[in-house]
Design a protein around this ligand. Structure first.
Ligand code: ZN
Length: 135
């Protein structure tokens, strides 16, 4: 894995949290994106070289809604940038990690993503993401 790509934070009210994180980081979010397939609306902040993703549920049965119900707001996942997500999924499966979606799916921010089950990673939901190359 190349680096931490972003940290995902589950929030109940994206608009309120956008205002809060703008105050915290001293800079407003630079984009908002709906990922309909995941039932989630996300916003992104840049903090120096790092990114923060806020996630709000848009459907009551979305994974984020379930997470908020169970655990409340807070750090939801850590995302790592990878060069070849398919190879990385194979490698991690070989190491015994539980991959939640073995076929990478389109996530927010023009990325192919896959998640590792937190059961196998000390309770941390890990996201792998690979930039989708244009053309
Ligand atoms: Zn993410």
């Amino acid at each position: 894995m190349d680096k931490i790509e972003h940290i995902g934070i589950a929030v109940k009210d994206l608009e309120a949290s956008n205002a809060l994180f703008a105050k915290l980081l001293g800079t407003p979010h630079y984009k908002i994106e709906d990922v309909a397939s995941e039932g989630v609306k996300t916003s992104f902040f840049q903090s120096g070289p790092n990114k923060i993703e806020l996630l709000e549920a848009t459907k009551p049965d979305s994974p984020i809604a379930k997470y908020l119900e169970k655990k409340g707001e807070g750090i939801h996942h850590i995302a790592f940038a990878v060069g070849d997500i398919v190879a990385e999924i194979e490698r991690l499966k070989g190491e015994g990690f539980i991959v939640l979606n073995e076929v990478p799916k389109k996530g927010a921010d023009n990325k192919l993503v896959a998640f590792l089950h937190p059961k196998g990673t000390n309770g941390v939901l890990v996201e792998l993401c690979q930039e989708i190359k244009e053309g």
